[in-house]
Design a protein around this ligand. Structure first.
Ligand code: SF4
Length: 483
C-alpha cells in the first residue's frame, strides 16, 4: 500500500477503560505501519474502527446505535470499510454481523495486529471477515503504536485477570492473566523516555498479581523500584490494583521510590461484607480500610480514589449504609460510582434478586452527593499548599478574562494554573512547575498566584522566582540550565 495522496484514511473510536485506550494506540500503530493515515478532522475516514467495551449494559446500545448511523454513510462513500474490535467483538463475534451486516471486519482483544490483513482480505474477497482468537498471540506492546500524548504513555505489564468477580465479564473476554517479563517492560519504558516521555502509567487488570506468571510474588514492587533508576522518568502511575493482593512491599516501594506518584486508585466496589462475598471480591471492608490506613501512614499526602457499584443484586438498604459508612471513613479524593449493570454471561446477571431501578437510582444519587462533598473537603485542605504540576496538552481554559493552563499534581489532582501574561513564559505540555493552590472546587484546584518555579523538561531550562507568589509572575531570564 503506497503512502501519499492515495493512502487510505482511518479513524479509531474508543470506548471503555485505559486498557482499550492503550489498545487503540496500537490499532493506530498497525494501520499506519500498513500505510493508512489518520483521517483529518471531520473528513469521513475510509476505514472506521470501533474499539469496544463490554463492561456496561449501554455499551451494546451505543455500539449498535453508532453502527446504524454509519450504514447510510457507507452507502454514499464507495470503498468505505467498518471494523469492530475490542471486548464487545470478543463477546458477540458473528452476532455483530447479524445485527449489522454492513460491518466488514470483526476482530477481538487478542489479535489487534491482524487488522490490516483482515481489511485487505475483506476488500479482495468482498466478504466480511470475523477472526476471534481465544488467547493472546503477541503482547500488544510489541506492536507499533501512535501515542495520544507526547509526554505521557501507557505501558501494559499484563493482560487478562485471574479473579472471578461475579459482575465482571473481563476474564471471559481477556482471558487469564499473562505477564510481560520485567526486562521487556523496563526496556519499553527506557525507549519511551528516550522519545521524550516523562510520565508512564503501568497497566494491568490487576497489577498486584504481576509476576504470578513467572513465580515472583514481589515482582510489582520490584518493578516500581526499578522505575526509580530510570533517568528522565519524572512520574510513574499504575492501574488497577486489587485490595486482596496489595502487599506491604508495594506500599514501601511507592513511598521509597522518588518518581512513583502518591496517588492510588483502589476499587472498593462495596462497603458491605455480605455484598463483597457475593461479588466474589476476596477482601472485606476492614481489610480495605486497614490497607488505605497503611498507605496513608507511608504517604500522608497520597490521594486515594476508588470505584463503587450500587445496586448489586441482593444489596439491602443496610448493605448500602455500610458502603456509605466506609466512604465516610475512607475520605476518597474522588470516586467513580456506577449503578449495577446486568452483564449477560456473568453469575450476578442470573440472580433473581435484582434491586429495583428506583432504589438503585436513589442510592446512586445519595452516594454521589457524599463522595462529591468529601472530595471537596479534601480539596479544600490543599489551599495554601505548594504543589508540583505537570502540564497537559491543550489550550487550557478561559474563565472570564483569566487564561488557565491545566495539569496534574503528583497526587493526580487536576490543577488549573493562571497563565503568565507573556506567552513565552507559559508552561508547555510536559513542563513541570511549582505553584501554590489558591482555590479548591469539588473536582479541581486553582493556582492563581503565578508560577513559583518552572522546569522546561524538554529544553532542561529552569526558571525560579525569588519571592513569594503574591508578587505575581516575575519570571526573568533563566536561573540556570539543567546540566
Ligand atoms: S479484578 Fe474483578 S472486576 Fe477487575 S477485571 Fe478482574 S474480574 Fe473484573
Amino acid at each position: 500500500m503506497d503512502i501519499g495522496e492515495n493512502a487510505r484514511s482511518y479513524e479509531v473510536i474508543t470506548y471503555g477503560c485505559q486498557m482499550n485506550v492503550h489498545d487503540s494506540e496500537r490499532i493506530s500503530g498497525v494501520l499506519q505501519a500498513a500505510g493508512y493515515v489518520r483521517a483529518a478532522g471531520e473528513a469521513q475516514a475510509d476505514v472506521v474502527v470501533f474499539n469496544t467495551c463490554a463492561v456496561r449494559e449501554n455499551a451494546d446500545n451505543r455500539l449498535y446505535g453508532n453502527l446504524g448511523h454509519l450504514a447510510p454513510v457507507k452507502e454514499s462513500h464507495p470503498g468505505m470499510m467498518i471494523a469492530v474490535g475490542g471486548c464487545m467483538a470478543q463477546k458477540d463475534r458473528d452476532i455483530v454481523l447479524k445485527k449489522a451486516p454492513w460491518v466488514d471486519v470483526v476482530f477481538g482483544t487478542h489479535n489487534l495486529g491482524h487488522l490490516p490483513l483482515l481489511l485487505e482480505r475483506a476488500r479482495v474477497e468482498k466478504a466480511s471477515q470475523v477472526e476471534i482468537l481465544e488467547a493472546l498471540e503477541v503482547f500488544p506492546s510489541t506492536l507499533p503504536t501512535v501515542r495520544g500524548s507526547e509526554y505521557a504513555a501507557w505501558v501494559s505489564i499484563s493482560v487478562g485477570c485471574n479473579n472471578t468477580c461475579t459482575f465482571c465479564i473481563v476474564p471471559s473476554l481477556r482471558g487469564k492473566e499473562t505477564d510481560r517479563r520485567p526486562s521487556d517492560v523496563l526496556a519499553e519504558i527506557k525507549m519511551l523516555v528516550d522519545q521524550g516521555v516523562e510520565e508512564i502509567t503501568l497497566l494491568g487488570q490487576n497489577v498486584n498479581t504481576y509476576g504470578v506468571d513467572f513465580g515472583d510474588k514481589e515482582a510489582f514492587g520490584k518493578l516500581l523500584r526499578a522505575c526509580g533508576d530510570i533517568a528522565g522518568l519524572e512520574r510513574v502511575r499504575f492501574t488497577s490494583p486489587y485490595p486482596k493482593d496489595f502487599t506491604d512491599d508495594v506500599i514501601a516501594a511507592m513511598a521509597q521510590t522518588h518518581n512513583v506518584m502518591p496517588s492510588l486508585h483502589m476499587p472498593l466496589q462495596s462497603g458491605s461484607d455480605k455484598v463483597l462475598r457475593e461479588m466474589r471480591r476476596a477482601y472485606r471492608k476492614e481489610r480495605f480500610l486497614e490497607l488505605i490506613g497503611k498507605v496513608r501512614q507511608a504517604m500522608p499526602d497520597a490521594a486515594i480514589t476508588t470505584d463503587i457499584i450500587v445496586g448489586f443484586p441482593g444489596e439491602s438498604d443496610a448493605d448500602f449504609e455500610e458502603t456509605m459508612d466506609v466512604v465516610r471513613q475512607a475520605r476518597f479524593a474522588a470516586a467513580f460510582t456506577f449503578q449495577y449493570s446486568k452483564r449477560p454471561g456473568t453469575p450476578a446477571a442470573q440472580r433473581d434478586d435484582q434491586v429495583p431501578a428506583e432504589a438503585v437510582q436513589e442510592r446512586y444519587l445519595r452516594l454521589a452527593d457524599l463522595v462529591a462533598d468529601i472530595a471537596w473537603q479534601e480539596n479544600l485542605k490543599q489551599v495554601g499548599r505548594q504543589v508540583e504540576v505537570l502540564f497537559a496538552e491543550g489550550e487550557g481554559r478561559k474563565d472570564a478574562d483569566t487564561l488557565r493552563l491545566s495539569g496534574r499534581a503528583r497526587d493526580n489532582r487536576l490543577v488549573h494554573v493562571k497563565a503568565p501574561e507573556a506567552t513565552a513564559l507559559r508552561p508547555r505540555p510536559g513542563d513541570i512547575a511549582e505553584v501554590e493552590i489558591t482555590y479548591a472546587a469539588p473536582h479541581h484546584l486553582i493556582a492563581d498566584g503565578g508560577l513559583i518555579g518552572l522546569r522546561r523538561t524538554r529544553s532542561g531550562d529552569v526558571w525560579e522566582q525569588a519571592h513569594a507568589p503574591a508578587a505575581g509572575i516575575g519570571l526573568g531570564l533563566p536561573a540556570r540550565a539543567r546540566g
